[in-house]
Design a protein around this ligand. Structure first.
Ligand code: SAM
Length: 249
C-alpha cells in the first residue's frame, strides 16, 4: 500500500480512538439530533435477498448496526471498523439487550476490527454493505469499493451515508462557518481535541460531490449508482448496486 495511505489510515484510527468516549454525544449535539434521522433513512435502503447478512462498514459505535437489527428481525450484521475503542464503545450499548445482539447463542451484531481496504470476509457473503460517515475517512476509496464489490452477492447493494457540500449558496456560507469555526471549538471544549474536529471539517470539504462520487462507483464496477440529498444537501445518501439478477425488486 502507498505509504501516504498507510499513514493516513494510522492517523485516522488514532484520532477515532481518542474521541471515542465523546463520539456519540458530540454526534447528536453537533447535528442537533439529525444524525438519528439520517441513519434511519440509510437503514430503509437496506435490502437482503440471499444471505440475510449485512456488513456495516466503519461501524464505529454501532448505531447503524443497531438500527438494522432493531427493524429487520431476520438480518444479522457484521460490524467492521478499524478502531477497536469505537467498537468497544458500541458494544457497551448492546450488552444485555437480547434483541440487539446480547443473546449468547446467536449474537446478531458481530463486531470485527478490520480495515475497509482489506476485508477479512469471503467473496459474495453479504447482501448489503452500509457505511455511514465512514467512506470519506478511507483512502484510497477505490480500495474500499473493490472490497465491497467482492463481498457483495450479485444484485447486492452498497448504501453510503455521507456529508455533502450543502446545495444553497446562503446555506453554504453558514455551513462553512459551522464546519471551520464552531465544530473545532465545540470539539475542543468537550473532547479536548480540536485537531480531530478540524480534520472532520477538512475531510467533509475535500469529499467529492454526488455526481463525482456516483461516477467513481460506476468506474469501480457497480452497475448502477444514484444519490438522494437530505437536509438541503448537507447529507447525501448514495446507493450503488452490483450487477446480478438475484435481488427481488
Ligand atoms: C465518523 S465515524 C462513523 C461511525 C458510524 N458509522 C456512525 O454512523 O456514527 C467513522 C468511522 O470510520 C472508521 N474508519 C476509518 N477508516 C477506516 C478503515 N480504513 N476501515 C474501517 N473503518 C475505518 C473510524 O474508525 C470511525 O469509527
Amino acid at each position: 500500500m502507498n505509504p501516504d495511505h498507510k499513514d493516513h489510515g494510522r492517523r485516522v484510527v488514532g484520532l477515532f480512538g481518542r474521541i471515542a468516549p465523546w463520539y456519540d454525544f458530540l454526534n447528536h449535539f453537533l447535528s442537533l439530533g439529525c444524525d438519528v434521522v439520517w441513519r434511519k433513512r440509510l437503514r430503509r435502503c437496506v435490502r437482503v435477498h440471499r444471505t440475510n447478512r449485512v456488513l456495516d462498514l466503519a461501524a464505529g459505535t454501532l448505531d447503524v448496526s443497531r438500527e438494522i437489527v432493531r427493524h429487520m428481525p431476520d438480518v444479522d450484521v457484521v460490524a467492521m471498523d478499524f478502531s477497536e475503542p469505537m467498537l468497544r464503545r458500541g458494544q457497551r450499548k448492546i450488552r444485555g439487550k437480547g434483541e440487539e445482539g446480547g443473546s449468547l447463542s446467536r449474537p446478531r451484531i458481530q463486531p470485527v476490527v478490520a480495515d475497509g481496504r482489506a476485508l477479512p470476509a469471503r467473496d459474495e457473503c453479504v447482501d448489503c454493505v452500509t457505511i455511514a460517515f465512514g467512506i470519506r475517512n478511507i483512502r484510497p476509496r477505490e480500495a474500499a469499493y473493490r472490497e465491497v464489490l467482492r463481498v457483495l452477492t450479485p444484485g447486492g447493494r452498497f448504501c453510503i451515508l455521507e456529508f455533502g457540500a450543502g446545495r444553497q449558496k446562503i446555506l453554504r456560507g453558514f455551513y462553512n462557518l459551522y464546519l471551520h469555526r464552531v465544530l473545532p471549538l465545540i470539539g475542543r471544549i468537550f473532547s479536548g481535541d480540536p485537531q480531530a474536529y478540524r480534520y472532520l471539517a477538512e475531510s467533509i470539504q475535500e469529499f467529492p460531490d454526488a455526481g463525482t462520487l456516483c461516477g467513481e462507483l460506476l468506474q469501480a464496477g457497480f452497475a448502477r449508482a444514484y444519490s438522494v440529498p437530505m437536509t438541503f444537501g448537507i447529507v447525501q445518501l448514495h446507493i450503488a448496486e452490483k450487477a446480478g439478477t438475484e435481488r427481488e425488486v
